[in-house]
Ligand binder design. Structure first.
Ligand SMILES: *[C@@H]1O[C@H](CO)[C@@H](O)[C@H](O)[C@H]1NC(C)=O
Ligand SMILES: *[C@@H]1O[C@H](CO)[C@@H](O)[C@H](O)[C@H]1NC(C)=O
Length: 330
């Protein structure tokens, strides 16, 4: 159900009289988050703009639908919990959260947009657990690679039977372990049949592993830009299945593997690496893997998704993602 909709056509339409309708359509939620009733976040509820930690912490935990605009930087020393029916939206490019992140746990219908989250020591920038219908869009995540594999944890980790998540137009950079789906190969009972997740138009730059690494998942990865993936990019293991299309990899060693071996860079507790069951991957619309090696050991049956989506033509992906991923773009 993919449509090819070229960037030049889009630009033309954005400048035309139909601008507001079509351009907002282009920036709207899509992918798996639109299944199972979709994501509205706090729409229709209270709208509040906050800048202090106390006000932010309270606002994102309201039981009623709430749209929370964060208008300035915050220093955290822990992660903050987010309740259901919440939209968290950064204002401009100033919603910069340092040192802690967000915990979306046992929640549904959550939007996180236009935040910078950086340098979360020993923890994930965003963790999503036991949650459904989550849209993580147009954020920026970074740390540094000066402190070893495990000093920071994941950037967006999705575990414990989550479902219907879209991760779109984010800028992930300068980090070891980017995004893990499924924390444990022994968690098949909770995870099998869940983890329908779409990654599209994200910009992954100078990342070591996990863009994403997944277990028991269905991952639709399209139109992402990967630059300087140091060890391994997309890794499908423990029966995770991926549909991979129209992605661009630049200077990336191993863009895609379904071989169940978890490399030592990804599993630093075990310097020999670990073995799990293999995953699966199908290639849809042509990808550009650059000079990297791909290792698809089995293809499986995941060749289509239930939603409509628009594929950016491969030769326009790099420029479009560089221009539109990250904060200050919506
Ligand atoms: C690719 O997968 C095969 C298993 O099918 C494995 O033997 C081989 O070492 C893998 N190659 C790399 C580079 O990991
Ligand atoms: C996809 O788009 C087609 C054509 O516009 C429409 O007929 C169909 O209902 C859409 N499918 C979904 C799942 O939205």
């Amino acid at each position: 159900m993919a449509n090819i909709f070229s960037i030049s056509t889009m630009n033309y339409l954005c400048f035309s009289i139909l601008a507001s309708i079509l351009c907002s359509f282009v920036a709207a939620q899509d992918g798996y988050a639109t299944e199972n009733g979709g994501v509205t976040g706090g729409a229709g509820g209270t709208t509040t703009t906050v800048s202090s930690l106390a006000a932010f912490e309270t606002a994102i935990l309201q039981n009623e639908p709430t749209v929370v605009y964060l208008s300035g930087p915050l220093e955290l020393d822990d992660r903050l919990s987010v309740s259901s029916d919440t939209s968290i939206i950064g204002v401009g490019s100033k919603a910069i959260i340092t040192g802690g992140g967000l915990r979306i746990d046992d929640a549904s219908n959550v939007v996180v947009q236009n935040l910078v989250i950086n340098k979360v020591v020993g923890d994930d920038a965003i963790s999503v657990q036991e949650s459904t219908n989550v849209w993580i869009d147009h954020n920026e995540f970074y740390s540094d690679t000066d402190h070893g594999f495990d000093y920071y944890d994941g950037q967006v980790d999705i575990t414990h039977g989550c479902d219907y998540v879209t991760v779109s137009y984010n800028y992930f950079h300068d980090h070891y372990k980017c995004s893990l789906v499924g924390a444990d190969p022994d968690n098949a009972d909770e995870d099998t049949g869940k983890f329908h997740i779409t990654y599209h138009h994200n910009y992954f730059q100078n990342i070591h592993t996990r863009t994403p690494a997944a277990r028991y998942a269905h991952i639709h990865s399209y139109n992402n830009l990967f630059e300087d993936i140091v060890s391994q990019g997309i890794h499908m293991r423990s029966e995770a299945e991926a549909l991979i299309e129209a992605n661009v990899f630049v200077n990336s060693v191993e863009p895609l593997s379904t071989y169940g071996f978890v490399i030592p860079d990804d599993s630093p507790a075990d310097p020999e690496g670990d073995y799990e069951d293999d995953g699966f991957a199908n290639l849809g619309a042509d990808n550009d893997f650059g000079s990297g090696e791909i290792n698809i050991t089995q293809t499986g049956t995941f060749t289509s998704v239930p939603y409509n989506y628009t594929l950016t033509p491969l030769d326009e992906v790099q420029a479009l993602v560089q221009a539109h991923a990250g904060v200050g773009k919506i």
